[in-house]
Ligand binder design. Structure first.
Ligand code: C2E
Ligand code: CA
Ligand code: CA
Length: 776
C-alpha cells in the first residue's frame, strides 16, 4: 500500500498550506477575516476533490463509500460558504443558521459511508456496527454529560433548538468517530492505512466539535481559533485518507475474517465506564451498586458470547481453507499462497517450485474396495506427503487423487523433495486390512526469478501439471521436470485429465477384473512367449530371435504387450513377468540347443528391474541350470529406461557382460537419444527403432541418421540391428549402409515355439560373436 509520489506531493502540499493558514490566523495577518471565513471552506473543497478522485479509482462497494464521503464533504463546504455569505455580506452570522443544514449532512453521510466500508469477505452485520457506534457514542456522551455538557444545557435552557443543535454536533461526531474506530479494528491489515487516516480525521473533527459546543455555551467562540484549525486539520487528513485509498489492493480475503479481540471488548468499555460514572453521579447507595453490578454483568455476558462466536468463526475460517478429508490445504489456500509466493519472487527475486502429484490407479482402489477405502488411502497418502516436506512448504489436495506441493524457499532442494516423495510410495499403504502398493505420477516445475511474469502462478501450476501428465504417459517412474516441449503435448490442458487405463476398454470394474486375471495368468505361468527371428543382412542366415510376451486371454483373444504391460508396470508385476519370459525363452533355447540348432535369444527387460542388483545373479543361475552358454542370451533395454539410475544400470549391465551375457540397447533413436550412450554404456548391440527404419527408403534424412548410427556403432565395435524391416527395398538399403542384422515382418512375424521348431528344421545358424570384453 505504498502511495505514489504524486499523491505524496499533494498531501505534503495540503499540510504546508494548512500550516500557512494557521500562522495567518494566529498572527492576525492582513485579510485575516477572509482567511477565517474561507479557510475551512477551501480545505473542505480540497477534501471533496480528493474523495471524488478516490471514488473514481475505487470499484465495487468502496466506490459507493467514497461517493458518499464526497457528498458529505460537499455538505460541509456548502455550509461553510453559506456561513461566510451570512457573515461577510449580510453581517448576520448567528447560530443556528441555514448553514447548519450543510454541516449536519457531513456526520450523517459519513456514518452511512463508514457502515458501507467493505470489511471481510463474509461481511459483518452493518446493523451491529451502527449499534456498536451508538453504544459507544452514547456512553461517551453520558460521560461527557454528567461531567461537562450538563452546564451547556443549563446555559441554553431558554432556546431548545439551539441547545439541541449545539449538542447534536459533538454527539454525531462521536458516533462517526466510534464507527470509524470499530471499522478500523475490524478491517484486515491490507487496507488499514486509509482507515487510520480517516479515524484520525474524525478524531480531530470530533474534538473541534466538542470544543465548539463548549465555546458556544460560554459565548466565546470567536476567541477560540484552534477550533477552526482543528477542522482544517481534519480536512487535510481526510484528503490524505482519500488519496492513500487509491493504492489499497483490491484483492478479497479468501476466508471469512475473524474479528480481532479488540473489536470484541471495545464497544463495551465506554458503556462500562460511562454507565458506572453516570450511575455513581446520579444514584447512590444500594441502587448505585446494583446498577453498576448489572452493567458489569451485562458487559461480561456480551463479551463471553462474542468470545465464543469468535472461536467458532476461527474454526469456520480455518475450515474454509482446509480439505475436510485430509486436513491438507485446499485449492483456495494453495492458490492464495502460490500467488503470494509469486509476488515475493517478483519483489525479492526468489524462485518458486510447484510439484503436481497424481495417484496411478486410484480409481481401481475406489472401484474395488469402495469409497471408504479410497478415502482412507487418500488420508494415508496425505500423511506421507506432509511428512516429506518442510514446515514452510504447502501441501494441498487439489481434488480427487490430485495433490500439489508449493516449495517457496530453498527451491534448489525441490528435486530432492520430489524424489523423497516418490520414495515415500515405495512401501505399501495399509488400507482396509490390505496392503496396497500405489505409484504416483510426479511433475515438477520451477519459476526462476527472471522467468516470464506470472503474478498468480497459474502458468507455473500448469507446467507442473504438464510434467505430471508427461510422467503419467511415460513408462518411466520417478520425477518428471517440466520442459517446454511438454506444453506442446498438452497445450491447453487445465484441470484433472481423465487418464484411461491403457489397453483396457470398459471402465474401472473391467480393469479390476483384468488385473485379477493377469495376476492369475502370471501365477499359473499362462503367459506365452513368441519369437521373432533376426537375420544377418549380409548372408541372410538366422542370427537369433527376440522373445516377445503374449497373453492368450480366455475371452479377449491373444493380448499383445501394449495391452497389458502398462498394467504390469503399474502394479509392480515386472519381476514376475521377466522371470516368466526368461524362464520360457531359456527353456526353448535349451531345447533348440539340444536338437543341435542353437539359437541365441533376446529378452526384453523392464526399467524397474534394472535397479535390481540381484538380477545378474538370477539370470546367470537360469542359464547355468539349463546348461546354456551365457552368449546365447541377449538382454534388451530401452534407452529411456536407463536414465532414472544410470549408475546402478551400468553396474547391472557390467555384471551381466562379465558373465558373457550380451546387452542390446533397444528402440535406439525413439526416446532421449544420445549418441554418447553408445560410447558410455556397457553394450554389445544397438537396435535401431522401427520408426527410423521404415522411412529410410523415402526420407533421405532418416537414411542419413541410420547410416551415421551404423557407422558410429561399427567404430565402437557394436552390432547394429534394424527393427521393423517390412520390405526387400528397406533390407537392401540397410545392407548398403552395412547394417549387421535385420528383424521385421519382411523376414518373419513373431512365431510360436512349435513354429520356430519347424523353421529351425530348414535353417542354418551361424553362432553369435562372443561378448566383447571392452568394458569389463
Ligand atoms: P520391441 O522390443 O521393440 O519389440 C518389437 C516389436 O515390434 C514387437 O511388438 C514386434 O511384433 C513388432 N514388429 C516386429 N516386426 C515388425 C515390423 O516389421 N513392423 C512393425 N510395425 N512392427 C514389427 P510386440 O510384440 O507387440 O512388442 C511390443 C513391445 O513390448 C516390445 O517392443 C517390447 O518393448 C515390449 N515387450 C514385448 N515382450 C516383452 C517382454 O517379455 N518383457 C518386456 N519387458 N517387454 C516386452
Ligand atoms: Ca525389444
Ligand atoms: Ca525395439
Amino acid at each position: 500500500m505504498r502511495a505514489k509520489p504524486r499523491e505524496l506531493a499533494v498531501i505534503a502540499g495540503s499540510v504546508v498550506l494548512a500550516v500557512v493558514l494557521a500562522i495567518w490566523l494566529v498572527r492576525g495577518l492582513p485579510g485575516v477575516d477572509l482567511a477565517d471565513n474561507f479557510g475551512v471552506a477551501v480545505f473542505a473543497g480540497y477534501a471533496v476533490v480528493c474523495a471524488a478522485v478516490a471514488a473514481r479509482s475505487a470499484s465495487g462497494r468502496l466506490r459507493g463509500v467514497w461517493i458518499c464521503f464526497a457528498v458529505a464533504l460537499v455538505g460541509w463546504t456548502a455550509g461553510e460558504l453559506v456561513y461566510a455569505y451570512l457573515d461577510l455580506v449580510l453581517h448576520r452570522a448567528r447560530f443556528p443558521s441555514p448553514a447548519d443544514l450543510g454541516f449536519l449532512l457531513f456526520p450523517i453521510l459519513s456514518c452511512v459511508a463508514l457502515v458501507q466500508w467493505p470489511i471481510g469477505a463474509a461481511g459483518q452485520s452493518r446493523l451491529r456496527l451502527v449499534l456498536d457506534g451508538v453504544i459507544f457514542a452514547l456512553s461517551l456522551f453520558l460521560l461527557a454529560w454528567v461531567l461537562a455538557l450538563h452546564s451547556v444545557y443549563e446555559n441554553f435552557r431558554e432556546d431548545k433548538l439551539v441547545v439541541s443543535l449545539a449538542l447534536a454536533y459533538p454527539l454525531l461526531a462521536l458516533v462517526v468517530l466510534a464507527i470509524a474506530g470499530l471499522v478500523l479494528v475490524r478491517a484486515g491489515p491490507r487496507r488499514r492505512l486509509p482507515l487510520v487516516l480517516l479515524t484520525a480525521a474524525f478524531t480531530v473533527i470530533a474534538l473541534s466539535d466538542v470544543a465548539f459546543a463548549w465555546a458556544t455555551a460560554n459565548g466565546s467562540y470567536a476567541a477560540v481559533l484552534p477550533i477552526d484549525l482543528g477542522w482544517v486539520a481534519g480536512m487535510v487528513l481526510f484528503g490524505a485518507a482519500s488519496l492513500s485509498s487509491r493504492r489499497a489492493p483490491a484483492t478479497a480475503d479468501i476466508a471469512p475474517q475473524v474479528p480481532t479481540s479488540i473489536s470484541l471488548w471495545l464497544p463495551y468499555l465506554p458503556l462500562l465506564i460511562g454507565g458506572s460514572v453516570a450511575t455513581v453521579v446520579v444514584l447512590d447507595g444500594v441502587l448505585a451498586v446494583t446498577v453498576i453490578i448489572v452493567i458489569v454483568a451485562i458487559c461480561l455476558r456480551q463479551f463471553v458470547a462474542s468470545w465464543e462466536n469468535r472461536r467458532l468463526l476461527h474454526m469456520v475460517a480455518d475450515q474454509a481453507l482446509r480439505d475436510p478429508l485430509t486436513g491438507l490445504a485446499n485449492v483456495a489456500l494453495f492458490n492464495d499462497r502460490l500467488a503470494h509466493a509469486m509476488q515475493l519472487r517478483d519483489r525479492d527475486g526468489r524462485a518458486v517450485a510447484v510439484l503436481s502429484l497424481d495417484l496411478n490407479d486410484f480409481k481401481v482402489v475406489n472401484d474395488t474396495l469402495g469409497h471408504a477405502a479410497g478415502n482412507e488411502l487418500l488420508t494415508r497418502v496425505a500423511d506421507r506427503l506432509a511428512a516429506c516436506v518442510r514446515p514452510a512448504d504447502t501441501v494441498a489436495r487439489i481434488g480427487g487423487d490430485e495433490f500439489a506441493v508449493l516449495i517457496e524457499d530453498h527451491v534448489d532442494h525441490s528435486l530432492e523433495i520430489a524424489h523423497r516423495i516418490v520414495e515415500a510410495f515405495d512401501s505399501p499403504f495399509g488400507v482396509d486390512g490390505q496392503s496396497l502398493l500405489m505409484r504416483p505420477s510426479v511433475g515438477l516445475a520451477v519459476a526462476a526469478p527472471d522467468d516470464a511474469p506470472d503474478p498468480q502462478g497459474k502458468q507455473l501450476f500448469k507446467h507442473a501439471d504438464a510434467a505430471m501428465y508427461a510422467a503419467k504417459r511415460s513408462r518411466t517412474e520417478g520425477v518428471h521436470v517440466f520442459t517446454p516441449e511438454m506444453t506442446l503435448v498438452y497445450p491447453e490442458h487445465s484441470g484433472p485429465l481423465q487418464v484411461a487405463h491403457q489397453g483396457v476398454r470398459g471402465g474401472g470394474v473391467a480393469a479390476v477384473r483384468l488385473l485379477g486375471e493377469l495376476r492369475q495368468a502370471i501365477d499359473r505361468q499362462e503367459l506365452a512367449v513368441v519369437y521373432q527371428p533376426k537375420y544377418h543382412l549380409a548372408t541372410s542366415e538366422l542370427a537369433g530371435v527376440e522373445a516377445l510376451v503374449r497373453w492368450p486371454h480366455p475371452t479377449r483373444g491373444v493380448l499383445g504387450p501394449d495391452d497389458f504391460l502398462p498394467m504390469v508396470r503399474r502394479h509392480g508385476l515386472m519381476t514376475a513377468v521377466t522371470e516368466l519370459v526368461l524362464g520360457k525363452a531359456l527353456d526353448d533355447a535349451a531345447e533348440w540347443l539340444a536338437r543341435g540348432t542353437p539359437v541365441p535369444v533376446a529378452v526384453n527387460l523392464f526399467a524397474a528391474t534394472m535397479a535390481d542388483a540381484e538380477l545378474p545373479g538370477r539370470i546367470v543361475a537360469a542359464l547355468t541350470s539349463r546348461g546354456l552358454p551365457a552368449a546365447m542370451l541377449t538382454v534388451e533395454i530401452t534407452e529411456d529406461l536407463i536414465l532414472p539410475d544410470l549408475k546402478q544400470t551400468c553396474a547391472v549391465l557390467r555384471e551381466l557382460r562379465r558373465h558373457g551375457v550380451r546387452v542390446a540397447i533397444d528402440d535406439f533413436g525413439s526416446g532421449y537419444s544420445a549418441l554418447s550412450y553408445l560410447r558410455e554404456l556397457p553394450i554389445d548391440e544397438v537396435k535401431l527403432d522401427r520408426r527410423f527404419i521404415g522411412p529410410v527408403i523415402w526420407d533421405p534424412r532418416a537414411g542419413e541418421v541410420v547410416r551415421a548410427v551404423v557407422t558410429l556403432a561399427q567404430t565402437l565395435g557394436l552390432t547394429t540391428v534394424a527393427e521393423g524391416v517390412e520390405n526387400a527395398e528397406t533390407a537392401d538399403r540397410l545392407r548398403a549402409y552395412r547394417c549387421d542384422v535385420a528383424q521385421g515382418f519382411h523376414y518373419s512375424p513373431p512365431l510360436s515355439a512349435p513354429a520356430m521348431a519347424t523353421l529351425l528344421g530348414e535353417e542354418t545358424i551361424r553362432p553369435p560373436a562372443p561378448a566383447s570384453v571392452r568394458w569389463s
